[in-house]
Design a protein around this ligand. Sequence first.
Ligand code: GCU
Length: 603
Amino acid sequence: MRRAIFLTLLLLPIISFSQGLITNTINRNTTTLNGTWHYIIDPYETGYYNYRYEPYDEQVKNDNRAFYNNYHTDDKLELVEYDFDKSPTLLIPGDWNSQSESLLYYEGTIWYKKSFDYQISNPSNRLFLYFGAVNYKAEVYLNGHKLGTHIGGFTAFNYDISSIVKPKNNYLVVKVDNKRSKEAVPTINTDWWNYGGITRDVKLIEEPQSFIQDYSIQLKKGNNSIISGFVKINNVSKKEKVTISIPELNINKTIEISTNNDIEFEVKAKNIQYWSPESPKLYAVYIKTDYQTLEDQIGFRTIEVKGPKILLNGNPVFLKGISIHEENPMRAARAFNEADALVLLNWAKELGCNYVRLAHYPHNEHMVRLADQLGMMVWEEIPVYWTIDFKNENTLNNAKNQLTEAITRDKNRACIIIWSMANETPPSDARNKFLIDLVNHTKTFDNTRLISAALETHNKDGVQMVDDKMGEYLDIVAFNQYIGWYGGSLKNAPNAKWDIKYNKPVVISEFGGGALQGLHGTIAERWTEEYQEYLYQQNLKMIDKIPNISGMSPWILADFKSPKRLLPIIQDGWNRKGLISNNGIKKKAFYTLQEYYNNKKYE
Ligand code: GCU
């Protein structure tokens, strides 16, 4: 009997619940699973491994000790050593660190459980489970079935649960592990808080049998009057007609689809009002099949480089930017909703910005959709940060997967002009090969945007050198420089000599210095607002003289939490390079940069 079961189990096809990423979930038929979820802190992963440290979900026989079984018994004799329903709760979306004092520094496994009922509205429909992001490794189970494992804390993923979901008493269990490791992306060392948990929206998405899974609708590369792209239908059963319509542009383009592959299209467009910071025009776009109509709000603009200039819609543009972490400083927590995005982007607007660098990982979709609406150009980056394990093939595939998921989610956002491959990675052959792979990978997904990375400089005989080999492969030469903070004299900064090897647009992706808001003194006293203000004044004078300068994103909009910043009274776990304090109070340097941007002329 046991042998028979074993054989049948072996023969059972490995059902893959993971599906390609479903995009534009904001405009789909969804049901939220946000709210309170029970959780169990499990540093020893007792709910995952048996005492021989073998994963329960790899055992042939199901074991109720595995937490994903959410096992309960009325048998007073039976031994059960966990109970989600008697366990505390956390709010989802949200990191666990800011929700409980005891979890502030916690890195490891936490199990989450959410029970829900769901009646599929039409028996032929399908149901998907979608996560906006889970940091870092998520193992997802529904009603005891393993749906899959997702790695990477800042990109979305989804599973088809049509065959498992029940009308009543579903139990969704997620094992989340945010332990850092050398081969991970990001690696073991970062200057930001390793917020763990289910940090973004969780939703159920109900779709017809065949449905519009993904599409790209943007201006064709180097062309401002042809809209091109593709539509991907999931589970095409017969020849389908799909119509892309943009009423305001009198566009109604019908294409035939008979396979699950991306079906490409092109259509001529007249009188397009191009998206720009001054007029962030978004068009209502409809993708129609016999079963559904999906709406999106899409802007059309061209972005390219010409010699040392960045051209937006054919005109030179200067990127008046600021760097931002995905954190609401006042809540000392991961930002995740529209309200958080509004706080951060309105501050950037107030600063006079037309551009933001979303550091160092893809931020939530609310952020990029709001940037689209507000007319804020965006640099989006994956967390290939500092000393990644460049020789490790798995690490490369992990980074590529994060790129794929980020580009897939955001490729229809006009505001995104730059994909960034990395930040402050140490030049080496292995590193160059790794980053070049990422550049080529990006181009296979999107050849319409610019590619860059935050490089580093070095000083040679008093000259600031920018000669990183990667400059050859990037459209924009961007680098971080901290004259006046990590070295160099502020007094001489305006006369600093720069030698930049490439005749390409130059963007200063970071500069800055720390100040404790409210601490005042002289320009020669670190941590005072006066020092930070002077640092900005001197750096801006220097930057104005840098050849081919086309933009900047000073470090950083607001103070942010970092486990690496430990100076008592001044830092206390905060990186103080913000222009705004963690209480939302503007420092003197905020006005220095604001004035600079408001007076910035550029042609
Ligand atoms: C680095 C890095 C940031 C860091 C900053 C700092 O350049 O890219 O992530 O926070 O400098 O030192 O404050």
